[in-house]
Design a protein around this ligand. Structure first.
Ligand SMILES: Cc1cc2nc3c(=O)[nH]c(=O)nc-3n(C[C@H](O)[C@H](O)[C@H](O)COP(=O)(O)OP(=O)(O)OC[C@H]3O[C@@H](n4cnc5c(N)ncnc54)[C@H](O)[C@@H]3O)c2cc1C
Length: 386
């Protein structure tokens, strides 16, 4: 599964294509049948987790030396894309496993990597990422969660908000203030376990979309953890958190691509079946032009996302721009494409009897999390290509 790090900038290899075929077949057989009901009942997609774990696809990014598949960034994108094509909520399993664990992979000690990556690779544990707080979203460095040193331990207190897969994950990368004087340079990252005393969760948020992916607050109430659970050096947590997002915004772009592809595929089939004025609506040029625009935007978003994935793999100097651009462009495209899919289904598209309204609701989140698209534009403006 591992591709060569110097794969062609825009074109997936034969191995990547095979991986896509495998994930598509699995997603259609074992994840798609539950997608509508998972959304309707806002329940965790257990069947998807089981199917992904059985096929070793729940966290393909984990390096081989820690028991993982060692998939490159493009392979990870393909997994997320294909799962999101049928169920966006389920695609947050591989996506957030990467988001939560990447700080450990990028900055953690060998011991931390050994301890926490192996259970993730085996499918015994999931990993969440705790940056946001009730009063610190776009301005994440304004966080208040505090970590205070006490001998060989750190004691954490605070509230993390909007945490994806909270309660389901065993492990949490938590960013906390260790030196309030230094703002972003006074933030450190830690691994917190669900079973640590003092960890608890809020009620699941009632959301517009990705209803199968639990989003909850994480409460840290005098959580006392060994000092070796710090990820990297003291004061480097915010830099690690931002470096992580450079890579993982590409997985949100992948999610957007998958959602948009699912909507386009459905609309394409529908217009061939639905007849008005004595012929399939797909025979009308007005409908054909809409499909052409949808496919054009999707393909442009895909090329940018795959280019960004190649840059992530190589850790190119312009990764920050490309990660933000891919996430921003693909999520805006997914919003437009899913809205157009509803338009092509007419009144039927507006009902829950058809999947495109779910896809439109799911697409919206990709414009918001891992930094809103206004924040992506700020990031791009600060890192314009030379
Ligand atoms: C379903 C869901 C899952 C999430 N999962 C996670 C997770 O797993 N881990 C995690 O840490 N976080 C997570 N988040 C949090 C997410 O990243 C934040 O919601 C997001 O960064 C925005 O922060 P906010 O909601 O506080 O909005 P705010 O920061 O209050 O922004 C409100 C509005 O103001 C705009 N704005 C703010 N500052 C500026 C500026 N300087 N210039 C222009 N516009 C600006 C924003 O773009 C937005 O439109 C999740 C959120 C949701 C909804």
């Amino acid at each position: 599964m591992a591709g060569s790090p110097d794969f062609d900038l825009y074109r997936p290899s034969e191995e990547h294509d095979m991986l896509r075929d495998t994930v598509r077949a699995l997603a259609e057989a074992k994840i798609a049948p539950y997608a509508a009901e998972v959304d309707e009942n806002a329940r965790f997609p257990r069947e998807a987790l089981d199917a992904l774990v059985a096929a070793d696809l729940q966290a393909v990014h984990v390096p081989e030396e820690f028991g993982g598949a060692g998939a490159d960034a493009l392979a990870t994108v393909i997994v997320i894309e294909e799962v999101a094509r049928v169920c966006a909520s389920s695609s947050l399993i591989p996506a957030v496993n990467k988001l939560g664990s990447l700080p450990v992979i990028l900055s953690g000690s060998e011991d931390l990597k050994k301890k926490y990556l192996a259970p993730l690779a085996k499918g015994e544990a999931m990993f969440s990422y705790c940056l946001s707080e009730p009063d610190a979203g776009s301005d994440a460095a304004g966080m208040k969660t505090r970590a205070v040193r006490d001998g060989d331990f750190w004691v954490l207190n605070g509230v993390k908000r909007w945490i994806t897969n909270a309660g389901e994950s065993e492990y949490y990368t938590v960013m906390a203030v260790t030196d309030p004087e230094k703002r972003s340079k006074g933030i450190s990252a830690f691994v917190v376990e669900k079973s640590d005393e003092g960890v608890s969760f809020g009620a699941p948020e009632k959301k517009l979309g990705i209803k199968g992916s639990p989003t909850r607050e994480v409460y840290l109430d005098n959580v006392r953890i060994p000092a070796d659970r710090m990820i990297g050096a003291e004061g480097t947590g915010f830099a690690t958190a931002m470096k992580t997002l450079d890579h993982t915004r590409i997985t949100i772009a992948a999610q957007a691509l998958g959602i948009a592809q699912g909507a386009l595929d459905y609309a394409k089939g529908y217009v061939q079946e639905r007849k008005q004025f004595g012929k399939p609506i797909g025979d009308f040029q007005g409908v054909q032009f809409m499909l052409a625009d949808m496919a054009m935007k999707l393909e442009a978003a895909r090329q940018l996302t795959y280019a960004a994935a190649a840059k992530s793999e190589r850790v190119d100097a312009d990764l920050t721009f490309f990660g933000a651009a891919a996430k921003c462009y693909a999520s805006d495209a997914a919003m437009e494409i899913t809205l157009d899919a509803i338009q092509l289904l007419g009144g039927y598209g507006y009902t829950r009897d058809y999947p495109v309204e779910r896809m439109m609701r799911d697409a919206k989140i990709t414009q918001l999390y891992e930094g809103t698209n206004q924040i992506q534009r700020i990031v791009m403006a600060r890192n314009l290509p030379k």
